[in-house]
Design a protein around this ligand. Structure first.
Ligand code: FE2
Length: 389
């Protein structure tokens, strides 16, 4: 199959997928006079995406201002700063050029510009989302899916809580998934972001309220990641591998939009909230296998339907729970992911704090798991991830 360009309408987003699709922004941008551009320090430049967008803005005579200070695991105060700058500039729309951190920052900031308040008020659900500036999301990683869904995540520094908002208003109006922009992803980002998509697919397909739609997307995404991630790691410039990883992340993003994540994302949000150096995908990879062992013992058929692509010898029985965890761990190690929570300073004596935080700040995700989640279960996953039980 050639690496064709195509268009998908999902939620309130029109997603343009394939090489050269940034050009589709041209007509969308033409309806605005002032646009605020949000990026991180390097990726937008290195990938070539920033140059492509600026050319369109300059050619269209559209005034713009750039904020290039978004970091991984963005904080509520960065979001507030972006919102204030965009509001002062009189932005009519935002263009986010980056991965999940950048897109999510732009999403929440666009709400603040329209409805006022602070990021923490929306993240804590003290305030309802009343609307948002229109957003274009030029996605630069094959992980987030945020370019085509209604979620945004940020951390409140004071309490170290990593929380999400969900609203119809923050679907990007237009998403751009051009695999050429992902060929410059460093090796660790290639792995982390693909693992993020892997766990989106896995959780959306196994949650308490999963749907046939989420299942179809999730299964396909996992099949593609298992096939193409090892190739992208070996050959970063392989456009075919990037194309299919990007497609997997986009459909996994839709799967999450349809039936959300649960246990693994809930615990990970606590961990990367406590330690912002921990990349989201790395946190998922670190705790994923031990969570999978527990989940497999509850819903073996469902997980087997996904993990059989990693190991055809796996059987859909509770007895294969440990084998399922080993299979995922082995896959992660084979693509070069060998990190553990110990590398980020997590220790066994933090188990109680991690589980208490998960049970409060990410309770809304835990409730979607196919198992009743209590303190003991979270501690077990955390301690097993550290090599302790
Ligand atoms: Fe995620």
């Amino acid at each position: 199959m050639s690496l064709s360009k195509f268009l998908v309408r999902y939620g309130r987003t029109t997603l343009h997928f394939g090489p050269g699709t940034a050009d589709s922004l041209r007509s969308w941008l033409s309806s605005f006079k002032r646009v605020y551009v949000v990026t991180s320090r390097n990726a937008a430049k290195v990938s070539g995406a920033l140059g492509d967008v600026l050319e369109l803005l300059n050619h269209g005579g559209i005034k713009y201002e750039i904020f290039d200070g978004v970091l991984a695991n963005p904080t509520a105060s960065i979001v507030d700063r972006v919102a204030e700058n965009a509001w002062r500039f009189g932005a009519e729309a935002m263009v986010a050029i980056g991965g999940g951190s950048v897109i999510d920052t732009a999403k929440i900031a666009s709400v603040i510009v329209e409805c006022g308040g602070k990021a923490s008020e929306y993240l804590k659900r003290y305030r309802d989302v009343c609307g948002a500036l229109k957003i274009a999301a030029v996605n630069l990683t094959h992980g987030t899916g945020s370019e085509v869904n209604r979620y945004a995540v940020a951390t409140i520094e004071e309490t170290k809580e990593k929380l999400s908002i969900a609203s119809e208003y923050i679907y990007p109006s237009i998403g751009v998934d051009d695999p050429r922009y992902t060929t410059t992803l460093p090796k660790n980002q290639t792995i982390y972001t693909a693992l993020d998509a892997f766990y989106h697919a896995l959780e959306a397909s196994t949650g308490r309220f999963t749907t046939p739609f989420a299942w179809t997307l999730g299964e396909t995404a996992i099949k593609l990641i298992v096939k193409w991630l090892p190739i992208a790691v070996r050959m970063p410039g392989n456009l075919e591998a990037r194309y299919w990883l990007l497609y997997a992340s986009a459909i996994a993003g839709m799967a999450v939009d349809n039936s959300r994540t649960h246990l693994i994302h809930a615990v990970e949000h606590v961990l990367s909230g406590l330690e912002p150096r921990l990349a989201h995908g790395a946190g998922l990879g670190a705790i994923g296998p031990s969570a999978i062992e527990l989940l497999y013992s509850i819903v073996p058929e469902r997980l087997h339907g996904l993990l059989k692509y990693l190991d055809p010898d796996l059987e859909p029985t509770q007895e294969h729970s440990a084998k399922a965890a080993t299979t995922v761990k082995k896959f992660q190690e084979e693509v070069g992911f060998t990190e553990t929570l110990l590398d980020y300073g997590f220790t066994p004596d933090m188990a109680s704090r991690v589980s208490e935080m998960a049970l409060t700040s990410t309770r809304y995700l835990l409730d979607l798991a196919p198992i009743d989640v209590g303190k003991d279960l979270i501690e077990k996953i955390y301690l097993r991830s550290l090599g302790r039980t």
